[in-house]
Design a protein around this ligand. Structure first.
Ligand code: SAM
Length: 246
């Protein structure tokens, strides 16, 4: 009679977004204990593993090989192997690969367990000074201007804090679109190079921030937060101006 095996666990492990010290003790232990680490970029994850003397074998897992690799991982998980999925930085699946693997694993009854930790969106929100009670994470907007502007237009009247990821090369263009579509008064925050040596948090109206950015070349990774629509703000401002001129 064939021996019954218990499926291994697929661990979804958050890793640092810059500072290598931002990793949990449990994440280090699980990365040491699993059979295999599935990494978005094995060279990038290799630096983290070397830092913590983790010798677990790695294999690559990204959007381009997910259809080929997923069945292989699932088969091994069903045989009892355990996997840790990591991305280059932060939490896997947040604008990073992983969704397809997790969905497939769940459909096969394989346990999926999170190891929470850094995510640029949450780190940026926590220091933004913008309301954190309700927010929307939009990840990367479309690259094409027309489609991106339509996405921005759809969010214009949303009262929740908006969070975007963006490439440093498109930040100024994104801010210009926000300025045009939302007006110059919207408060925004740019959280740049969080947890790294050149960490910088820029706060102000979109007009102020744009003026500051145009004077220098924008470098580094950044998360952009936009204050939600505040319908009463304009009315209050107009009332205050009215009072001043009375
Ligand atoms: N999975 C990651 C997470 O949990 O945050 C995000 C991966 S996504 C491919 C990369 C984007 O996240 C960058 O383009 C930038 O917008 C944001 N990001 C990553 N690291 C950052 C950092 N140290 N400071 C600010 N934003 C960062």
């Amino acid at each position: 009679m064939p021996q019954q095996t218990t499926a291994g666990t697929l661990y979804i492990v958050s890793t640092p977004i810059g500072n290598l010290e931002d990793i949990t003790l449990r994440a280090i232990r699980i990365l040491k204990e699993v059979t295999t680490i599935a990494a978005e970029d094995t060279r990038q994850t290799g630096k983290l593993l070397a830092h913590y003397q983790i010798k677990t074998p790695m294999t690559s897992y990204h959007d381009f090989n997910k259809e080929e690799k997923t069945p292989v991982f699932i088969h091994r998980l069903q045989e009892g192997a355990s996997f840790a999925l990591v991305s280059d930085a932060g939490t896997p699946t947040l604008s990073d690969p992983g969704y397809y693997l997790i969905k497939t694993a769940l459909s096969m009854g394989i346990p999926v367990s999170p190891l929470p930790g850094p995510a640029a969106a949450i780190a940026a929100l926590s220091v933004s000074g913008l309301p954190t009670d309700r927010f929307i994470f939009e990840g990367f907007l479309a690259r094409k201007k027309g489609k991106r502007d339509k996405q921005l237009e759809a969010l214009k009247d949303d009262p929740r804090t908006l969070i975007f990821y963006e490439s440093p090369y498109r930040i100024v263009s994104l801010l210009e679109a926000i300025h045009t579509l939302y007006g110059p008064e919207r408060h925004i925050v740019i959280a740049r190079e969080l947890t790294k040596v050149f960490e910088e948090i820029i706060r102000g109206t979109v007009l102020e921030v744009l003026q500051g950015l145009k004077e220098k070349k924008f470098r580094g990774e950044a998360t952009i937060l936009v204050e939600g629509h505040q319908p009463l703000k304009k009315t209050r401002k107009k009332m205050a101006e009215g009072e001043r001129f009375r």
